[in-house]
Design a protein around this ligand. Structure first.
Ligand code: ATP
Length: 410
């Protein structure tokens, strides 16, 4: 199909001034070892859809390690990781490659990591999560190997599991389903819905280790729109099996929006989600977070909630509110978005918290102040006056003189 052919040929790397296509390099590396190589999984899906993709999974029929070494050398990249499962991660320029040997997998028990053994491509594709991720592409001629109808499903926008026990076998696939359906606007097929119902009925979600659950939530947070997959998980009663609280769409939206604006990193965003959904320390710990932290956060949230009317009291000065709020971790403030006004918190993050006194401690010393508590107090007074609109830039000295009268520079 010409749709993906063009995209694949656009993927080029520059090596010592020459532009080479990735397809050629990958193919030459395999030919030299007399083995076959395929692109598999998400990269093929993205190529078909026409999305740029820098994470490239490769499957070789033999000699994975040699292939990985040679490919890394050819691309002037390096092998950055070897996994327990015999896969090799290469970083080269903007691209990350995962090289694996075609394999088949079986699961010993639900929610356990799979056991791996070498095997042919057919099984390698069969063990995958959804048909849209079970395409392979042969770089020699850009032929797509579509053994399970993945192409048709991409074009019909269907998310289809391979069998009804798929989510029982690996419940993390439920979170993957949430990401793919919302990212690509897909519909679940009948079997997929039944697979989900079965997994929920058998309550397999709580069999996942905190590390794996955490990882799935992190991947949701990395989505361009993390709210949509979270709503999917709520709608399908997935989160209900893990956490006791449910959120309104607006609550998730404004907390995550604030988190973005406040510059929370992904770990803090995860804490925020856990804080919003968890009703108990044990639930918080399901995302590999400390139960003590939960208790501590809850206390702080309670303090904020009790101050609610104080915040909406116009007789309280802005500086008082800001000084009070900025003592709290950003995570807490984002979690409070639903009961303290989102707009006000947003202005805090973008503006108020950043307001400076206008003069530094050094400046004050030059004016005759001695180091010590008074100096700190003066800086705070200057900052409060700025926040409350009592002084503008450049008026700091005049303000201090007025404030202190004769005490100035004593
Ligand atoms: P994304 O675009 O979200 O990164 P991806 O498709 O590249 O998605 P990866 O997590 O990198 O996803 O996985 C690569 C491939 O491995 C998938 O496309 C899928 O075929 C397969 N895979 C990953 N996780 C599972 C799983 N839990 N069960 C079955 N197959 C999986």
């Amino acid at each position: 199909s010409p749709i993906f052919e063009n995209h694949f040929e656009k993927m080029v790397v520059e090596i010592e001034g020459d532009l080479k296509t990735l397809a050629d390099i990958i193919n030459e590396t395999a030919t030299a070892l007399d083995i076959s190589v395929y692109l598999v999984g998400g990269v093929v899906r993205d190529l078909v859809i026409g999305q740029p993709c820098f994470d490239i999974d490769l499957v070789v029929t033999e000699k994975a390690e040699e292939f990985a070494k040679n490919l890394a050398r050819a691309l002037r990249g390096k092998i950055v990781k070897k996994s327990l499962f015999g896969t090799f991660k290469i970083e080269a320029g903007d691209y990350v490659f995962d090289v694996a040997q075609a394999r088949w997998e079986y699961y010993e028990a639900p929610a356990k990591l799979p056991k791996v053994a070498p095997g042919p491509l057919r099984q390698d594709l069969w063990r995958r999560d959804f048909t849209i991720n079970a395409l392979a592409l042969y770089p020699e001629n850009s032929l797509i190997i579509d053994l399970y109808g993945g192409l048709a499903d991409i074009f019909a926008r269907k998310l289809r599991v391979f069998h009804v026990l798929s989510f029982v076998e690996d419940p993390t696939r439920i979170f993957r389903a949430a990401r793919y359906t919302t990212r690509f606007n897909l519909e679940l097929t009948g079997t997929t819905i039944r697979a989900l119902e079965l997994a929920l009925k058998l309550e397999v979600l709580n069999l996942l280790t905190p590390a794996r659950l955490r990882n799935e939530f992190l991947r949701i947070l990395e989505e361009r729109d993390p709210v949509a997959p979270l709503l999917f998980l709520q709608k399908h009663k997935v989160l209900h099996q893990l956490f006791s609280l449910t959120l309104e769409e607006n609550e998730i939206k404004s907390s995550l929006y604030l988190a973005e604006k406040a510059g929370l990193d992904i770990r803090e965003k995860l804490e925020l989600l856990a804080l919003l959904y968890a009703g108990t320390p044990e639930e918080f710990a399901k995302l590999e977070l400390s139960p003590q932290k939960f208790e501590n956060y809850q206390k702080q949230l309670k303090i904020l909630a009790e101050k609610r009317s104080w915040f909406f009291d116009s007789r309280v000065s802005l500086s008082e509110k800001v000084f009070f709020l900025e003592k709290f971790p950003k995570v807490i403030l984002c979690a409070a978005a639903s009961f303290l006004e989102e707009d006000f918190l947003l202005r805090c993050f973008k503006n108020y918290f950043k307001v400076k006194p206008g003069l530094s401690g050094e400046d004050l010393k030059k004016l005759g102040f001695k180091s010590g508590p008074l100096l700190g107090e003066m800086l705070k007074r200057l900052r409060a006056a700025k926040l409350d609109g009592q002084i503008k830039d450049g008026e700091e000295e005049i303000f201090l003189k007025k404030e202190l009268g004769d005490g100035f520079s004593s």
